[in-house]
Design a protein around this ligand. Structure first.
Ligand code: ADP
Ligand code: ZN
Ligand code: ZN
Length: 719
């Protein structure tokens, strides 16, 4: 009898008979109701089923397990932690190509090429005029084992030529060898870097580290050294980066330093590429895997270290379905696998920082920006005293002008795309609403559209007010499009580039903008947070936050933390010793207490302040939370449902449920939404209650008609 996880929102395993012994970790086809599903064998026992009606496994899809039993236990543990159906957790750990019933075996064959015995003694003159065969053959002979990356570099169509030569028996497909670590040597380490590396090296088994240093302080250099050593010792490294951080530049830097390209996993990869990297990681042929959020689940044959770069980044939190936080899963994984976990950030999450302060994580500081770098000067612009036109105050316009005269570059950061967030009728006060959400439509001037940034609804931009017919429609507030337009009017000869989701349609467009900025072909950059991260722009000396107030009195408990991180990131883009940088921040609230640590770019000062606030208000990391959410078509349905399920089981002492309230955006994409925050001082109290309560909820017939979810450790109370 085998116990199988199926990809359905059901919190249990299902038993099947098997005619042959099946090891845990293989995929099987099983009958399920009237359907046939692909499932994964979680455990097997020799017990004969007492229930003769037990249905039988139809077929087994794998000749060898995809996961070890230890790894399956880890997935069960994660499912238990997030109180999420085990089948969905298991299937989140599989690449798309392995989720179906097809066996992609052939496409996942070893991808390196080597000469066969026949190939060794073959004389390429026999290729005659087949120039491409000759080139490929020579390349394989030169490299001994030709990697897929090198094959790709030969040009388009060589995969086809490779197949011909394999079919002809001259080449064979072989596993790609582990990294040689024969890359370019790095710079001489500074003392702070050396001592950080030494403490990580001294770790025995699981050990969490928080590597705290501003952008450019040399964190990546520390990762590279530690990874090099792990790989030399025959083990693997998993590196998680935010969605936006996985740039070709980062991959190229890893490739150059480590001697060959890391396996890369992100949503832009094709299913075949993903499955190939996944398989290489699982079999130990990929010594280094770099990926975004979901890569935290890639199985490793011999894990040696897990690195989470920019560990505070919101993109590590999955916001729907299986709502895990990849950084937290990485720590759990390191704990189970007995390997060090290295979290890096210039602005650590308050959770990680508190762990470090309490001694649970080892805090490693990289205080230096190294030779040639200084912290920029930060200035506040009081928009009350200095009104802005089109979002730009006179001081900011002057500062941009000065920067252009010095032939340096300026960056203007605004976390809102489009032209303006509100279209308002001056006569009747109508403002363009979304018909499906409690939200206003954003004006997109270039495409002459009104768009909802929450549900995706789009419509034409009206010329007259649909309510009163008047023609005095005003565009209130500013987005990146408006800032760009205002800059073009004010600085007609400046070369301006805008970077946001509307202007960057393909991945390459962003890379191209980065190249143009680095080549000095751009004077002013305007954009959203896409801009703020991870690029070196040596001539950029002015960074401005156009509207910092969005985060100031935001009612979400993490708003201040996010604002601080964004400002630090923007500031990190500005200035070098030979070209000192400045940061300008526009605000209507210059006396807000957050500005004190923010203008000093003093993360630890900020963290003290913010932690005190969290403690007083009872939010993480001083409380352990789960957010219950529900959505329904009718206005009361979601709230009624939440009240009903909360009444199923009394709350123990130490666990409190807040009021059942409409969500911050009470209606979205046609659904009314409600939520309720559960909060406990001790994690165990919350989890024990959830464990007993959830089966009761699942037993309720309404629970199948309402969309609802439990978000353990919610990132935000706004969704
Ligand atoms: P971070 O990851 O913290 O942003 P990096 O490791 O990318 O920092 O380092 C920033 C820059 O400084 C890089 O160009 C890197 O090559 C360089 N660098 C890092 N460590 C050193 C060092 N010890 N000596 C000289 N240059 C260094
Ligand atoms: Zn009107
Ligand atoms: Zn909408």
């Amino acid at each position: 009898m085998v116990h199988v996880a199926v990809p359905l929102p059901l919190a249990r395993l299902f038993a099947y008979q098997a005619s042959e012994p099946l090891p845990p970790g293989v995929r099987v086809r099983v009958p399920f109701g009237a359907r046939v599903l692909t499932g994964l064998v979680m455990s097997a026992d020799g017990a004969e089923p007492s229930d003769r009606a037990l249905r039988a496994v139809i077929e087994c899809l794998d000749s060898a397990p995809l996961f070890t039993e230890e790894y399956l236990r880890f997935l069960m543990f994660v499912a238990d932690y997030y109180h999420h159906p085990v089948g969905e957790v298991v299937f989140a750990a599989l690449p798309p190509a392995l989720k179906g019933n097809r066996d992609p075996g052939d496409r996942l064959r070893p991808a390196g090429l080597a000469l066969t015995a026949a190939g060794q003694s073959f004389d390429p003159v026999h290729f005659g005029r087949a120039e491409r065969k000759r080139r490929l053959f020579a390349a394989v002979r030169e490299h001994e084992i030709l990697t897929p990356a090198t094959l790709g570099a030969l040009g388009a169509g060589f995969a086809r030529v490779a197949k011909d030569l394999v079919d002809a028996g001259l080449l064979a497909r072989v596993p790609v060898p582990a990294l040689s670590c024969a890359g370019t040597p790095g710079p001489a380490l500074r003392d702070d870097q050396r001592s950080a590396i030494e403490s990580i090296r001294a770790a025995q088994g699981f050990a969490p580290f928080l590597l705290f240093g501003v952008t450019g302080s040399g964190k990546t250099e520390v990762y590279l050294r530690v990874i090099e050593e792990v790989v030399r010792g025959g083990r693997q490294a998993l590196v998680l980066v935010p969605e936006i951080g996985l740039t070709p530049q980062l991959v190229a830097r890893f490739a150059e330093r480590l001697g060959s390209a890391p396996g890369v996993l992100h949503s832009g990869c094709t299913p075949t590429e993903r499955a190939r990297v996944w398989r290489a990681a699982q079999t130990g042929h990929a010594p280094v895997v770099v990926g975004t959020r979901s890569a935290v689940f890639v199985p490793l044959k011999a894990p040696g270290i897990i690195v989470v770069d920019e560990e505070h980044d919101p993109s590590f939190k999955q916001q729907d379905g299986f709502r895990y936080h990849a950084r937290d899963v990485a720590v759990l994984r390191g704990q189970r696998a007995g390997v060090p976990v290295l979290l890096g950030s210039a602005t650590p999450s308050l959770e990680s920082y508190r762990h470090a302060r309490a001694g649970r994580y080892t805090l490693l500081r990289l205080p230096d920006r190294g030779a040639g770098r200084v912290q920029p000067a930060v200035r506040l612009i009081d928009l009350g005293a200095e009104p802005a036109a089109d979002g730009l105050s006179p001081s900011l316009v002057r500062a941009v002008g000065d920067t252009l005269r010095r032939h340096e570059q300026a960056l203007l950061f605004l976390n809102r795309r489009g032209f303006s967030p509100v279209l308002l009728c001056r006569d009747c006060r109508w403002h363009a609403p979304c018909d499906h959400c409690d939200a206003r439509l954003t004006v997109h001037a270039a495409r002459q559209q009104l768009r909802c940034h929450h549900c995706g609804h789009e419509g034409p931009l009206p010329a007259t007010c649909p309510q009163c017919g008047g023609s005095h429609l005003m565009r209130v507030g500013e987005g990146t499009e408006r800032i760009e337009e205002a800059l073009r009017r004010t600085f007609p000869s400046a070369r301006i580039a805008r970077v946001d989701r509307d202007s960057m349609t393909a991945r390459d467009t962003f890379t191209e903008v980065v190249r143009r900025v680095q080549a000095g072909e751009v004077d002013i950059l305007v954009g959203t947070q896409m801009l703020a991260k991870g690029h070196d722009f040596p001539r950029l000396t002015l960074a401005a936050v156009v509207n910092a107030d969005q985060g100031l009195y935001g009612s979400d408990f993490r708003a201040d933390e996010q604002l601080f991180a964004q400002i630090m990131q923007v500031a990190g883009r500005s200035g070098r010793a030979d070209l000192p940088g400045e940061v300008w921040i526009q605000t209507h609230h210059p006396s807000h207490p957050l500005w004190q640590p923010l203008t000093q770019l003093d993360y630890e000062g900020f963290a003290e302040f913010a932690l005190r606030d969290r403690e007083l208000t009872g939010f993480p990391p001083y409380a352990f939370c789960a957010l219950l959410r529900a959505e329904a078509r009718d206005a009361q349905g979601a709230q009624t449902f939440l009240r009903r399920i909360l009444s199923l089981r009394p709350l123990p002492p130490g666990l409190t449920a807040g009021a059942v309230l409409p969500a911050n955006m009470a209606r979205r994409a046609g659904f009314y939404r409600a939520q309720c925050l559960l909060s406990a001082e001790r994690r165990a109290v919350l989890h024990a209650w959830l464990r007993d309560w959830l089966p009761q909820v699942h037993g309720l017939p309404q629970a199948r008609r309402v969309r609802w979810s439990v978000d353990v450790d919610p990132y935000s109370l706004f969704f």
